[in-house]
Design a protein around this ligand. Structure first.
Ligand code: CP
Length: 307
């Protein structure tokens, strides 16, 4: 019922969501979830996650309640827990939450019975972004096992990178990591982009997370682009069938050259489209598991259980 971390889900559960989302992408009839109400609580800025969740809700007949922290009682000091508890009390069926604190949901699980769908927790997890990334890869290659991916950029501050690194390893992908020293973290082997560019099936670029840097980036934007960016020259060196991904928003001329954003191997806007299919599948499975399994483990929280 909750979806807070993708690492809570088995490979079979992950594949179940991807297959359902791919069905929607291919025109499979949509379930009717009219009568359900979902609150979208975004305590950090968002365009793709917030509005593709809303679009998914509208397509399924769900009524979205959109919350603004700036005009809510958060301004009077109300805590996250009390805000979420309030939405549960007024009768929402699920909550989508994005919050700057890593693992903000630790204080909610076991106390909130409405499903919590994590729209991003600080630099921790972004499960629906990772699922839509996986759907995009699955549509392209029809498999995960053995695919070579380079994840490039601000790995240390990226919830997208952290979520994808864990799940892609479990799915049998060969992962390469590339980052400036200031964005590296322990546990990975760091490589040079020019050494891997010709052998990868997927290059996944990450946004430089300026808002999470205490002292700004050491490299200039131009230095970053030359050393770690997808330049026109690097795009030309990629394998014929290889694709470029980026969770967006992207910084043109920094992580990716302006002319590469919409080139034939870019799947950036396909990822956004897949965000709606993926979030429809997550909402459907979460709300259905709620109906079929109303009992709730009040001490540990209940992992997301697709039907
Ligand atoms: N990729 C992503 O999470 O985008 P938003 O921050 O716009 O939701």
């Amino acid at each position: 019922m909750h979806l807070t971390k993708l690492s809570d889900l088995s490979v079979e559960q992950i594949m179940g969501i991807i297959e359902e989302a791919n069905g929607y992408a291919n025109g499979q009839p949509l379930p009717d979830l009219s009568g359900k109400v979902v609150a979208n609580l975004f305590f950090e800025p968002s365009t793709r996650t917030q509005y593709s969740f809303e679009m998914a809700q509208l397509r399924l007949g769900i009524k979205p309640l959109t919350f603004s922290a700036e005009t809510s009682s958060v301004q009077k000091g109300e805590t996250l827990y009390d805000t979420v508890k309030t939405f549960e009390a007024i009768g929402v069926d699920a909550l989508v939450i994005r919050h700057p604190d890593k693992e903000y949901f630790g204080n909610l699980l076991g106390k909130i019975s409405a499903p919590i769908l994590n729209g991003g927790d600080g630099s921790g997890n972004h499960p629906t972004q990772s699922l839509l990334d996986l759907l995009t890869i699955y549509q392209e290659f029809g498999r995960f096992e053995g695919l070579k991916i380079a994840i490039v950029g601000d790995v240390a501050h990226s919830r997208v990178a952290h979520t994808n690194l864990e799940v892609m390893k479990r799915l049998g992908m060969e992962i390469h990591t590339v980052a400036p020293a200031e964005f590296q973290e322990p546990g990975y082997q760091w490589e040079n982009l020019d050494d891997v560019i010709e052998s990868m099936d997927i290059i996944m670029l990450l946004r430089v997370q300026h808002e999470r840097h205490a002292n700004g980036m050491e490299l200039t934007k131009d230095e970053y682009h030359q050393l770690y960016g997808m330049t026109i020259q690097r795009e030309a060196r990629m394998k014929k069938e290889a694709i470029i991904m980026h969770p967006a928003p992207f910084n043109r001329g920094v992580e990716i050259a302006d002319d590469v954003v919409e080139c034939s191997r870019s799947r950036i806007f396909k990822q956004m489209e897949n965000g709606v299919y993926t979030r429809m599948a997550v909402l459907n499975q979460s709300l259905n598991s709620m109906e079929k399994a109303p009992s709730f483990d009040s001490t540990l929280g209940t992992p997301f259980i697709p039907v």
